[in-house]
Design a protein around this ligand. Structure first.
Ligand code: CA
Length: 366
C-alpha cells in the first residue's frame, strides 16, 4: 500500500512538474520573442560625433555601440550615428545635445573646458591617472556623481564612451635635449597639457586634424602630439618629423557618450540598461583595440623614427607647472577645485596599492 501510495504521489508530482515545465517553456517562448520590450514602440535616437565617418577605433567604436544597442534591444532601439559636420559641427555637439537639437553625442570631454573648467578633469590629466584608474575613479571614487551633477546643469547625462590608453608625447622635428630647446617651440597640443607646455616656454597651437600634417611638414609648427602609433601612422607624421617622444600629458584620456538628460529620462529602463551595457562594452573594447593596434604599429614605424623620452629636468618642470596650473584653475573655479579634490583623493588612495601591485610587478616582469 505504502509503495503504491508513494508511487501515485510521485507520479502526481511528476505530472504537475511536467505541466509546470511546459508552462515555463511557453512563457520562455513568449519572452524570447518580446524580450520585455514592446516592439511596437521603436525608439530612434540621433547621435552626432566629433570624428570623421568610421574614424578608426573611436569612430568604429561608436558604430559598434549603435549596432549592439540594436541587437540587444531586438531592434527596438535604433541609434543613428552622424559623423562630424553632418548634422552639427564637430565642436558644437555639446550645445546641440544640451538644446535637444540632437539626442546624444560621442566626443572628448576636454573639448568642453570653456563651458566649465572642471570638465577637463573628467577627460584625464597630464601626469595623472591611467585609463583604468580614471574609469575606477569615475565609477567607484565619486567621479561619475560629480560629472553627472555638473553636466546636469546643461541638461546632459554623460557615460564613459571609450578611452585611449596612454598616448604618446608627440612628434618633434628636432631633438629635445634640455628645457631650453622648448623655448618658442610651436606645438599643436590641446587641453591641460598645452597649458603646462606654455609654462615651459612652448607656444601651444590648436589646429584641426586635417591641417596638422601640412603644418608640420612645412615647418609652420615644430611639433605635434596626436594619439599613439596606430593613429599617428595614418596621419603620416613620420614623413615630417624624426623624433617620437614617449607620453606624459594624456596617460588615459576618457571619451564620452552623452545624452540629452530629458531624453535619457524618458527612455524605458530596458533601453537605458542596454545603452549603459553597450557603452561599457565599447569602453573595454576600445582600450584593448588601442593596445593591440599601437603595439603592432610601433613595430612597423619607418626606420627614420627615433623613439625618445623627454629629459628628466623637463618632466620635473612639467610637474611644477602642472601644480601651478591646477592651483590657478582652483582659485578661478569652485567646481574645478571640488572635482580636483575628488580626483586627488582617489589618486592618493590608489597610489600605495598601485605601487605594490602593478608598478612593482611590471618592474619584476621587465
Ligand atoms: Ca592627444
Amino acid at each position: 500500500m505504502i509503495n503504491r501510495r508513494n508511487f501515485i504521489t510521485a507520479a502526481a508530482i511528476g505530472t504537475s512538474a511536467l505541466a509546470l515545465n511546459a508552462c515555463h517553456r511557453a512563457e520562455e517562448k513568449t519572452q524570447s520573442t518580446s524580450a520585455n520590450i514592446n516592439k511596437a514602440k521603436k525608439v530612434t535616437l540621433k547621435l552626432a560625433t566629433s570624428w570623421p565617418a568610421h574614424f578608426p577605433i573611436m569612430g568604429t567604436g561608436v558604430d559598434t555601440f549603435a549596432k549592439r544597442c540594436a541587437q540587444l534591444s531586438g531592434g527596438t532601439l535604433e541609434i543613428k550615428v552622424f559623423a562630424k559636420n553632418i548634422l552639427v559641427p564637430a565642436m558644437q555637439v555639446f550645445d546641440a545635445t544640451s538644446a535637444a537639437q540632437i539626442d546624444a553625442f560621442h566626443s572628448g570631454v576636454y573639448y568642453w573646458k570653456g563651458k566649465n573648467p572642471s570638465f577637463s578633469i573628467f577627460g584625464g590629466m597630464p601626469l595623472g591617472l591611467t585609463s583604468e584608474e580614471m574609469i575606477t575613479w569615475l565609477k567607484f571614487g565619486g567621479g561619475y556623481e560629480l560629472w553627472r551633477e555638473l553636466y546636469g546643469k546643461f541638461n546632459l547625462y554623460p557615460l564613459i564612451g571609450g578611452t585611449t590608453g596612454p598616448q604618446m608625447g608627440g612628434w618633434f622635428k628636432k631633438e629635445i635635449k634640455s628645457l631650453d630647446d622648448l623655448k618658442g617651440l610651436k606645438m599643436r597640443i590641446p587641453g591641460l597639457g598645452g597649458e603646462v607646455m606654455k609654462k615651459l616656454g612652448v607656444n601651444p597651437i590648436l589646429l584641426p586634424a586635417g591641417e596638422i600634417y601640412t603644418a608640420l611638414e612645412r615647418g609652420t609648427i615644430d611639433a605635434t602630439e596626436w594619439v599613439g602609433p596606430a593613429l599617428d601612422s595614418m596621419m603620416g607624421f613620420a614623413k615630417a618629423a624624426d623624433y617620437y617622444y614617449t607620453g606624459w600629458h594624456e596617460p588615459g584620456s576618457i571619451l564620452e557618450i552623452t545624452f540629452n538628460k530629458t531624453r535619457w529620462e524618458k527612455l524605458s529602463e530596458e533601453h537605458r540598461a542596454i545603452i549603459s551595457a553597450a557603452a561599457e562594452e565599447m569602453t573595454g573594447t576600445m582600450l584593448q583595440e588601442f593596445r593591440y593596434k599601437n603595439a603592432k604599429a610601433l613595430q612597423e614605424l619607418p626606420s627614420n623614427v627615433q623613439i625618445k623620452t623627454f629629459p628628466k629636468e623637463m618632466m620635473e618642470a612639467a610637474k611644477t607647472a602642472l601644480h601651478d596650473v591646477l592651483a590657478d584653475e582652483s582659485k578661478k573655479s569652485a567646481d574645478f577645485k571640488r572635482v580636483l579634490e575628488s580626483y586627488q583623493s582617489f589618486a592618493t588612495l590608489n597610489k600605495p596599492w598601485d605601487d605594490i601591485s602593478t608598478k612593482n610587478f611590471l618592474k619584476i616582469r621587465s
